[in-house]
Design a protein around this ligand. Structure first.
Ligand code: AMP
Length: 417
């Protein structure tokens, strides 16, 4: 990676303001999954071991719409982390009012700031209101951007060094994720960020071949840019999930009541043609698990590439699982984003779990497997195969934008080596 990391700076006695992704699921005062907190521990511990002063900040949920609630306050994470580290954490109830607490810090101390999104200028998102003129909208947006700079400057004033370890928000140019870097001398990547970028970067830019990408999930329109970019990188592109039916229809098949985006048919056809022109294998389902309704108790039948009238494809079929598994197992680099079917329903989870099992063999065969996207990660975790994967990305949206070939503002804004 060409960006500075925590290892490239002297941390002794320095104030390190670190953006982490502590956007953990909280229900009735309980953290339901601490993966993201665990993910940030290596960077946190390193700063403390090196004798730095650590100021942590993150967003959680959408507090700017509802105001701070116990389920969107970082206080719960501060308490949790404090127990995990066996160390006191000073909590500051407004992320922009921490001067006194930061000034009182000694080496090895931790301060945690309240949810950054309590300040709407953190994201500085604003839609045009009904009846608002273009000029008024532009002026309001510019004012919000100015506020964003002020917040970023304030946050920067708490640190000598900025560290971004929040890959999950690296695709956002928010005050705490990117704008802050303009107001602080050095900005470095944390270890989690470094790991994410190295895995994804190597896979996409420098893959060990054969390189197979598997895309699934509901909509083609969400993954248009990913398909287009990956066609220039991969040897094989595997398509499953709801998005497969738009491609099948573009090839002239009947898709019945399956999910299908008719406005993307021309695009789908173009992608199939481009794959052929580039010599990329483009795999679509050869059979499907069809249902008579979208229901866990639906009647089902295995059908070919045509879905009968009144039926819908909710999973890839057994022959397709075999076809996809063979292609995956022969790969040396695999990137997977999106389920192969409605895996939340037992009758339609075989494709996703079958693909997960095949991906799990890649690492054992000396290859690299990278899983991104909430649903594919959930499927891998559910099947107990997580330890068999090379890398499970913590950022669905960020990893998808990376696969689209986009620059991530949270990474681009860090100091060069
Ligand atoms: P995404 O958020 O785009 O990754 O989509 C994930 C969702 O797509 C999951 O909730 C799946 O149940 C759903 N999905 C996968 N395959 C299908 C399908 N064939 N028809 C309808 N929904 C699907």
């Amino acid at each position: 990676m060409n960006k500075k990391t925590l290892r490239d700076v002297d941390l002794k006695g320095k104030r390190v303001i670190m953006r982490v992704d502590f956007n953990v699921p909280v229900k009735e005062g309980v953290i339901k999954d601490d993966t993201r907190i665990q993910g940030a521990l290596p960077s946190i511990k390193y700063v403390l071991e090196q004798g730095g002063k650590l100021i942590l900040m993150s967003h959680m949920g959408r507090p700017d719409e509802k105001g701070i609630t116990p389920d969107t306050s970082m206080k719960i994470v501060a308490d949790y982390l404090s127990k995990l580290l066996g160390k006191e954490i000073v909590f500051v109830a407004d992320c922009a009012k921490a001067d006194a607490e930061v000034a009182a810090m000694k080496d090895g101390d931790i301060v945690m700031l309240e949810n950054t999104r309590y300040h709407k200028e953190e994201q500085a998102k604003r839609k045009q209101k009904d009846g608002e003129s273009e000029a008024d909208f532009k002026a309001a947006k510019a004012a919000l951007k100015d506020e964003q700079k002020k917040l970023a400057e304030k946050l920067a004033s708490y640190g000598d060094i900025y560290c971004n370890d929040a890959f999950g928000t690296a695709h956002r140019a928010h005050a705490s994720t990117a704008v802050i870097t303009k107001y602080i001398p050095v900005s470095v990547a944390g270890f989690l960020m470094e790991k994410e970028i190295e895995y994804l970067g190597n896979a996409v830019e420098n893959p060990i071949r054969p390189f197979v990408a598997i895309l699934g999930g509901a909509k083609v329109s969400d993954k248009l840019a990913v398909v287009k970019n990956l066609l220039n990188k991969v040897d094989t592109l595997i398509i499953g999930g709801g998005m497969a039916y738009t491609f099948l229809k573009a090839m002239g098949h009947n898709v019945g009541k399956s999910l299908c985006e008719d406005d993307q048919l021309a695009y789908a056809k173009e992608m199939i043609d481009q794959a052929a022109a580039k010599g990329v294998k483009f795999l679509l389902p050869v059979d499907n698990m069809a249902a008579d309704k979208f229901d866990p108790e639906a009647n089902t039948q295995v059908v070919g590439q045509d879905i009968p009238e009144g039926w819908m494809g909710l999973d890839i079929g057994p022959e397709t699982i075999q076809l996809y598994s063979d292609a995956i197992k022969s790969a040396k680099t695999v990137v997977w984003n999106g389920p192969m079917g409605c895996f939340e329903m037992e009758k339609f989870n075989k494709g996703t779990f079958g693909v997960a099992a095949a991906v799990a063999e890649v690492k054992a065969n000396g290859g690299i497997s990278i899983i991104g996207g909430g649903d594919s990660v959930a499927a891998v975790n559910q099947s107990g195969l997580a330890p068999k994967m090379s890398h499970i990305s913590t950022g669905g949206g960020a990893s998808l934008e990376y696969l689209e070939g986009k620059e991530l503002p949270g990474v681009a804004s860090l100091s060069d080596k």
